[in-house]
Design a protein around this ligand. Structure first.
Ligand code: NAI
Length: 381
C-alpha cells in the first residue's frame, strides 16, 4: 500500500520514516519546498547515524530514501491507500485540506489526522464520504515512541478502524483504540502528573526539586513533573492543559495553573529557552531536594492517586478498554506501570480513601473520586 503524509514538520517527517522503514512507498507533501528539503536532510542524518552504529546497512538506507517521494502537489496522493495528515493544528485549515484530499484520492483511501487536540468528528465533517476519517495519533519522536492512539470518529466505519489497526500494528507500534474525546487517552490521563504537582508547589508544600525527587524516587518515573514540563516546553504543556480544560466544559479537574502560565509568559519555557522551572545556564547549580521521606511519599501518593482517578474515570466513561488505558500510559509516556494495574497492587480501597481524604480536605470537585472506583471498592466487600 502506498502511504501519503501531508505536512513535513516534526511529526510528518517521523511518520514518513516509520512508513518507509516498513517497506512502503511514501509520498510526502508539504506546501513549503524548504521544509521538504529539511525533512530529507533530517532523515539522511538519522539513517547515517544508524549506519555508523551498525544498526542499518547502506543498501537499506538507500532503499528507504528511494521509496520516498517529496512533492508540493496533493494530486500525487492519487494512488495512496492511506493519507496521514500532520499539518498545523487549526481546525478550519484542516477541514479545507481534508475536503481537498477527498477530491484527489480514491474513495477507498483512509484519510487520517495526527491531531492532538481537535475532534476527529469535526475534521470528518468536511468529507462527502466521512466513514474513512480516522484519528491516528503518533507520539514525538514517531520513529522511537511505540504508542499510536487510534481514534475512530462517530462517522468512521469499522472497516476503516480495522484496516488502520492492522497497518499501524504491522509497523511494530503498540496500538490502542480510544473514543473521540478531548486529549484521547494519554493527554487526558496524564494531566494530574503536571496539574497536581503544580498545585502542591502552589500550596507551598514543596519546591520543584523536591516534587521531582519524590516522583522519581518513590514512583520510579523517569523524570519528575517539572523536569518533564521543562522538556516539553511550558508553553506547549500549558496549551494542552488549557485546550483539554476548555474542551471538557471547564471541568475543574483540568484547571490550568497560574504558576505554569506565568512561567510561560515570562519566557521560562524550559530547556529550549535555557530556563524553565530550572535554570539551564552553564555553571548554574541545580537546587537540591528536601529528602524528607515522609514528605516525599505523601507527594508521590497524592499525584499517583490523582492519576489513577483519571484512569478510572476514562474507563468509567468507556474512553478505552482497561488494557488499552494501561498500555497507553506505559508506551506513550513511559510510566513505570499501568495506572489501573498499579491501583490494584496498591489496593483499590487505599486509593479511594486517599482520594476521599483529599476531597474532604479541600471540598473541591477536582478531587471527586471516580464513580467506577467507588463501585469497585463496594463490590470488593
Ligand atoms: P510542524 O509545525 O512541525 O509541521 C507542520 C507542517 O505542515 C509544516 O512543515 C508546514 O509547512 C506544513 N503545512 C502547513 N499547512 C499545510 C498545508 N495546508 N498543506 C501542506 N502542508 C502544510 O508541526 P508538528 O509538530 O509536526 O505537528 C503536526 C500535527 O501533529 C499537529 O496536528 C499536531 O497537533 C500533531 N502532533 C504533534 C506532536 C508534537 O509533539 N509536535 C505530537 C502528536 C501530534
Amino acid at each position: 500500500m502506498k502511504v501519503g503524509v501531508l505536512g513535513g514538520g516534526t511529526m510528518g517527517s517521523g511518520i514518513v520514516q516509520v512508513a518507509a522503514q516498513n517497506g512502503h512507498e511514501v509520498i510526502l507533501v508539504d506546501l513549503n519546498e524548504q521544509i521538504l528539503i529539511k525533512s530529507r536532510e533530517a532523515l539522511e542524518k538519522v539513517l547515517n547515524r544508524l549506519i555508523e552504529k551498525g544498526k542499518m546497512s547502506e543498501e537499506d538506507s538507500e532503499a528507504i530514501h528511494a521509496r520516498i517521494t517529496y512533492s508540493q502537489d496533493m494530486h500525487d496522493f492519487a494512488p495512496c491507500g492511506i493519507v496521514i495528515e500532520a499539518i498545523i493544528e487549526d481546525l478550519a485549515i484542516k477541514k479545507t485540506v481534508f475536503k481537498h484530499l477527498e477530491g484527489v484520492t480514491k474513495p477507498s483511501c483512509i484519510l487520517a489526522s495526527n491531531t492532538s487536540s481537535l475532534s476527529i468528528a469535526s475534521i470528518g465533517a468536511a468529507l462527502e464520504i466521512p466513514d474513512r476519517i480516522m484519528g491516528i495519533h503518533f507520539f514525538n519522536p514517531a520513529p522511537l515512541m511505540p504508542l499510536v492512539e487510534l481514534i475512530p470518529a462517530v462517522q468512521t466505519s469499522s472497516e476503516t478502524v480495522q484496516k488502520s489497526k492492522e497497518l499501524i500494528a504491522g509497523w511494530g507500534k503498540v496500538t490502542v483504540v480510544c473514543k473521540d474525546t478531548p486529549g484521547f487517552i494519554v493527554n487526558r490521563v496524564a494531566r494530574p502528573f503536571y496539574g497536581e504537582a503544580l498545585r502542591i508547589y502552589e500550596e507551598g508544600i514543596a519546591d520543584f526539586a523536591t516534587i521531582d525527587w519524590a516522583m522519581t524516587t518513590f514512583g520510579g518515573f523517569r523524570m519528575g513533573p517539572f523536569t518533564l514540563m521543562d522538556y516539553i516546553g511550558n508553553d506547549v504543556n500549558y496549551t494542552v492543559t488549557e485546550t483539554v480544560f476548555t474542551a471538557f466544559y471547564f471541568d475543574p479537574r483540568y484547571k490550568p495553573s497560574f504558576t505554569q502560565k506565568r512561567h510561560s509568559e515570562a519566557g521560562y519555557l524550559g530547556r529550549k529557552s535555557g530556563r524553565g522551572y530550572y535554570n539551564y545556564a552553564e555553571g548554574v547549580a541545580q537546587p537540591q531536594p528536601n529528602e524528607d521521606k515522609e514528605l516525599g511519599k505523601q507527594i508521590f501518593e497524592r499525584i499517583l492517586v490523582m492519576l489513577m482517578n483519571e484512569a478510572f474515570d476514562a474507563l468509567f466513561l468507556q474512553v478505552a478498554s482497561r488494557k488499552d488505558i494501561d498500555l497507553a500510559m506505559t508506551n506513550g509516556v513511559n510510566y513505570p506501570k499501568g495506572l489501573l494495574q498499579w491501583a490494584d497492587e496498591m489496593g483499590l480501597d487505599v486509593v479511594l480513601s486517599k482520594l476521599e481524604a483529599l476531597f474532604h480536605e479541600y471540598g473541591e470537585d477536582r478531587y471527586r473520586p471516580s464513580p467506577l472506583l467507588r463501585r469497585m471498592v463496594r463490590e470488593m466487600k
